[in-house]
Ligand binder design. Sequence first.
Ligand code: FES
Length: 184
Amino acid sequence: MNKLSLTSWTGLDPLKPTYALAAGVDLVVIRWPDEEQASVLYGRCAHRGALMSDGRIEGGNIVCGVHDWDYCYKSGVSSYDPAEKLHRFNAWVEDDQVWVDEDEIRAWAVDNPQPYDRDAYQGLYKDLHGGAALQIYPAPGRARPRKGGTPWPGQRHGRSPRRVAQMGANPAPDRPAAQGPDVG
Ligand code: FES
């Protein structure tokens, strides 16, 4: 056990995804609104690796800002397809700090090597799947409209060409069909 403080508890806005880094692993921290608790999840989207701290909270989900994949912000598991998840690390609040066990995160990183070179151009925003196209497509299996939404979320949020170029925006070629309930 190697206690590591990620951030102050009172310094976090409730339900505002916040970036943190520990043991070379990008994390997202979410302060719960009605309990003295915070989730510390792996901070990279399972789709194409966008930073989840650039996303938003909708209901019980943290939603990726690029193509809207969503995950329960408390558990990290997607209700759309439970096979899609952001690993949740143990975290606790003590002395107004959000703590994690750095050893746990370091051990996880051994099994899940992180390819991001923070000193390289676009290192933090590297798209590991590559692709030069600037169009945004719906991820396969998520092409249907969300409730009250436009045909696909990337269009709804209208990203700048620069942002799209940073993140890439091709559909995942191996996107599986939906297996869980439609959480719209
Ligand atoms: S990178 Fe997150 S939904 Fe595409």
